[in-house]
Design a protein around this ligand. Structure first.
Ligand SMILES: *[C@@H]1O[C@H](CO)[C@@H](O)[C@H](O)[C@H]1NC(C)=O
Ligand SMILES: *[C@@H]1O[C@H](CO)[C@@H](O)[C@H](O)[C@H]1NC(C)=O
Ligand SMILES: *[C@@H]1O[C@H](CO)[C@@H](O)[C@H](O)[C@H]1NC(C)=O
Ligand SMILES: *[C@@H]1O[C@H](CO)[C@@H](O)[C@H](O)[C@H]1NC(C)=O
Ligand SMILES: *[C@@H]1O[C@H](CO)[C@@H](O)[C@H](O)[C@H]1NC(C)=O
Ligand SMILES: *[C@@H]1O[C@H](CO)[C@@H](O)[C@H](O)[C@H]1NC(C)=O
Length: 559
């Protein structure tokens, strides 16, 4: 019988592993400048992202004789093109509807010196844009014709099971730090209830640190909400709330104490929801801002809960990041891991409002090395930064992050200053960066023949190529993803649903089953990624569901 000696085995192992991990590993690559401050970001097509800014930041990108506060970012050329925006998008949110239209909601009042109109009731509409470079695509922004029912600054929004946006909370007017002029209600776009907002006892209870409430669409259509240190499940159809256990150890995670939150990947057949919450602070919300410091340590806590009766009974499971983080982003990756990136190790969100600032920043000690969270690893072994690079660009308050259709991570923004300021430790940041996962420089699997539109609870077949190097035994995973809308350390509506998939014996076709219904994946755009072992394809753009305008009826099979 043929036997290899130890040396040959070791040599083979070295050759094999160096071929499999050839390439650069994880790397930050800086490319291009955003022209405006990218304080909100959303991918709107396979080649384009939209950035929004404050009307008075004063970035270099011009339109119609003034500094732009909206821009299209071309992911292929790494160039920004100004978009004309009418109302002020400062601290707004947004999302995609079931018909693929991007809607930006809320914003700031018309402050002295601006040409922008009051953006607090703003509803800005960007219809699906099929031009790869955005030529001919414009933003509709006319608050006289289309607007919210309430004035909302620092509001959150989320695509729900009928393809509409749910709009949650906010503040009416400018406030230095805490929410002292709250909008304790929910509303929808397109509107429900005859346009009358729904009062929320939860938002009332979670004052004064409840700006940008963290809201997630559970796979049964109910809404999971975290504000301050409190948590509920809200049932849109019955207008009732169920109170869940508070976040443990006094940790608070909504603005101005921004931690972040994500729904972990949902798996068939049960799609059991699990929620991850990381960062923020355990500081009391009763302390006057003047008594807070940019040097106060942020929380390193990650808390996780399974949103089933048994999981809720068990409560939150706690573990710790490698550093404290204020304003982290939790970004789902196509392989099911969660990237923890951006933010600061000390201080709070915002600028010029706490007693001890760094320049103008309420935070200091930028967190420059991302970590990965592996949901499937055992408690206490889920977080690591091994192999992850360190950047020299701080992404503090008003920075953004999003997965891209290519499968890398777009990073932009940061400005803990009111306008452009280049002389502080944390200046206005226009440099755009990508964080490339190792697969960006390896031979990647490919998907082709993916239908443009996929119905719920249906099967479809696509063609695939799988790199020769990937042994047949490597697991094949197919993710349907929404990248979300990035603002204030939260990617709202971001989602990963695992799709059942069977590879043909010749490994050339893949039969994929779509999500069972519009509650597991709220109807609307998404990207399908194929991951084989450690390599991931480019994402294929799909419309999930009928593509009709909201509200759309329930579709597919109940689970
Ligand atoms: C930046 O992006 C452009 C357009 O895609 C590309 O041609 C160029 O090589 C990139 N530069 C770097 C340093 O990656
Ligand atoms: C949550 O915060 C409130 C005060 O804002 C406090 O009374 C409550 O004890 C906190 N919950 C936990 C679990 O620390
Ligand atoms: C805030 O600081 C002031 C002045 O140092 C002090 O008198 C007050 O007790 C502090 N308040 C709290 C809640 O820490
Ligand atoms: C609050 O957070 C700080 C920073 O992470 C930590 O040192 C401290 O132990 C925490 N306090 C409590 C009571 O959990
Ligand atoms: C930048 O911020 C610093 C610190 O507050 C301030 O002294 C300086 O005047 C600011 N520069 C501009 C251009 O606003
Ligand atoms: C999508 O629906 C919204 C809300 O009804 C509407 O404003 C928009 O024009 C629709 N877009 C398309 C492409 O149907």
């Amino acid at each position: 019988m043929f036997q290899m000696d130890r040396f040959t085995l070791a040599l083979l192992a070295t050759i094999l592993s160096s071929t499999l991990v050839a390439g650069a590993g994880w790397e930050f690559v800086q490319n291009g400048t955003s022209g405006i401050l990218a304080l909100e970001a959303i991918i709107v097509s396979p080649t384009l992202a939209i950035f929004f800014d404050f009307s008075l930041t004063g970035g270099p990108l011009q339109i119609n004789g003034h500094s732009a506060w909206g821009a299209l970012w071309n992911l292929e050329t790494n160039e920004a093109t100004a978009l004309e925006v009418v109302s002020d998008t400062f601290c707004a949110s947004g999302g995609l509807l079931s018909n693929g239209t991007m809607v930006s909601v809320g914003g700031q009042a018309a402050v002295g010196g601006t040409i922008a109109v009051d953006g607090r009731m703003g509803v800005r509409i960007f219809e699906p844009c099929s031009s790869p470079d955005g030529t001919g695509c414009t933003l509709f922004d006319n608050p006289d014709l289309v607007h919210l029912a309430e004035t909302r600054w620092y509001t959150s929004s989320l695509r729900i099971f009928d393809g509409s946006l749910m709009i949650v909370g906010g503040i009416h007017e400018g406030a230095q730090f805490y929410n002292i002029d709250p909008v304790n209600s929910f509303e929808f776009f397109p509107s429900k209830d005859g346009g009358v907002p729904r009062p929320s006892a939860f938002l009332e209870r979670s004052l004064v640190a409840n700006l940008f409430p963290r809201v997630l669409a559970l796979p049964d259509g109910k809404i999971f909400m975290v504000a301050n240190n409190q948590t509920i499940i809200y049932d849109i159809e019955t207008n009732t709330e169920t109170i869940l256990p508070d976040l443990p150890n006094g940790v608070r995670v909504t603005n101005p104490f921004d931690g972040s939150i994500t729904l972990l990947p949902l798996s068939p057949p049960l799609y059991t929801p699990e929620v991850l919450v990381c960062g923020g602070t355990n500081m009391s919300d009763q302390i006057p801002p003047a008594n807070l410091s940019a040097e106060d340590p942020a929380s390193d806590q990650c808390s996780r809960i399974t949103v089933t009766p048994a999981g809720i009974q068990k409560g939150w499971e706690v573990e710790h990041m490698l550093e404290g983080r204020m304003m982290p982003e939790l970004l789902l990756l196509p392989n099911g891991q969660v990237l923890i990136i951006n933010g600061a190790e000390t201080g709070y969100s915002g600028f010029s409002s706490v007693g001890i600032v760094q320049g103008n920043s309420n935070a200091d000690n930028a967190a420059l090395t991302p970590s990965l969270y592996d949901p499937s690893a055992p408690l206490g072994h889920r977080i690591s930064n091994q192999g992850l690079p360190t950047t020299d660009i701080a992404r503090m308050y008003h920075s953004t992050a999003s997965l891209t259709p290519s499968g890398n991570i777009l990073l932009a923004g940061s400005n803990p200053n009111v306008m452009v300021n280049e002389t502080v430790k944390f200046p206005t940041e226009f440099r755009v960066q990508y964080l490339n996962p190792p697969y960006m420089s390896l031979q990647r699997p490919t998907l082709s023949g993916v239908p443009i539109k996929i119905a719920f609870d249906s099967k479809f077949t696509v063609q695939v190529t799988i790199p020769n190097l990937a042994p047949g035994s490597l697991p094949v995973k197919v993710a349907l993803m929404d990248f979300g809308f990035s603002t204030h350390a939260f990617l709202s509506s971001s989602r990963l649903v695992w799709l059942e998939a069977t590879l043909s014996p010749d490994r050339k076709t893949l039969e994929i089953t779509s999500p069972p219904n519009n509650r597991v994946y709220p109807p609307g755009p998404g990207y399908i990624f194929l991951t084989v072992g450690d390599t991931t394809s480019v994402g294929a753009h799909v419309m999930v569901g009928s593509g009709a305008s909201p509200p759309v009826p329930d579709q597919g099979r109940k689970i």
